[in-house]
Write a protein that binds this ligand. Sequence first.
Ligand SMILES: O=C(O)CCC(=O)C(=O)O
Ligand SMILES: [Mn+2]
Length: 357
Amino acid sequence: MAKKPASIVECREDAFRKIFKFYKRRTPPPDFSDVVDFSKSTTSDKVVPVKMDPDAVSDCDAARVGLLPTRDWRAFNLQGYPGFIFISNPFLRGSQAFWVRQCLKTYPQKPNVCNLDMHMSPTDTQDIWAKSVRNLSRPVGKREPKTLLERLRWVTLGYHYNWNSKTYSANHYTPFPTELRLLSHQIAAACGFPGFSAEAGILNYYRSDSSLGIHVDESELDHSRPLLSFSFGQSAIFLLGGTQRQDPPTAMYMHSGDLMVMSGQSRLLYHAVPRIVPAPQEVACSWVSDQQGGAGVEQQVSSEDWAVCSKYIHSSRINVTVRQVLGPGQSFPETPLPDGQQTEGKRRRCGYSPEHT
Ligand SMILES: O=C(O)CCC(=O)C(=O)O
Ligand SMILES: [Mn+2]
């Protein structure tokens, strides 16, 4: 067969990056009309409604972690992406406040690990929330330099992801947060993965100008388990591609409260976040009352804490991914690779934690 001219090969190789750059572009702003929006009652033939297993999670267990009964979830498959499930905000009204508070106040605390630990002493990163709140209440204009909360980019939980070697290891583990484990367990069970065990978490904190580069999540040792992703705050354009960089991705909105489950053939697909976009008005308006009125998890959030959280999510986005690292009975390889070294297969993540333009 005749060899393709270099320009055509390059063009095919660039398919994901081209679309990534298209959505990242500031001037002129891109046309968003092709972006799938699962929050709208869409009739697109790409979007296929799917029913959750009604018996997998009791209404009481769901409510305990702030979820609607599974029969009321609006869940979808996407044509061409077997194993990909999108659940459009299955949270009870008001319960996102609890999860946002956990992501901003609780999970950045020790013994969890965050980006600030890379260049600050443990004492300086000891109580990110308290140190930031103190500064946030200063008069506007006298708030330089940025608070630690504003400088937070990522937090890792459970088996702490090593960004250099792109691996997890047995000797860098701290207990995975119980309530997030429970939430993940229930979502996975409803999607047909009753044995899911939340072992590692990566939280990404995005400002309005942040993006997340094209990558595949393949560092987990068992890929037969789903990867769960939760979003809070501002919306994102999420790109879901194929197994090759030259496969053009599908663009979709991820709004506050939305969940994604990447499993089966979709577990190892290229994906990226080229852009953060303002939350639709009805979503942002619902946060105003998020801390009031209910009888569930949001009641654990004080109005002082909610004032800080609500201010934060009005300009930022938080994404939480939860992963099972090991299969049943599996253990880490005896001799982990030295720090900074990686295998060929692990090299596909680039620009992994949020970047800012
Ligand atoms: O922010 C997102 O929606 C994606 C995050 C992600 O892909 C990751 O943490 O691996
Ligand atoms: Mn990812």
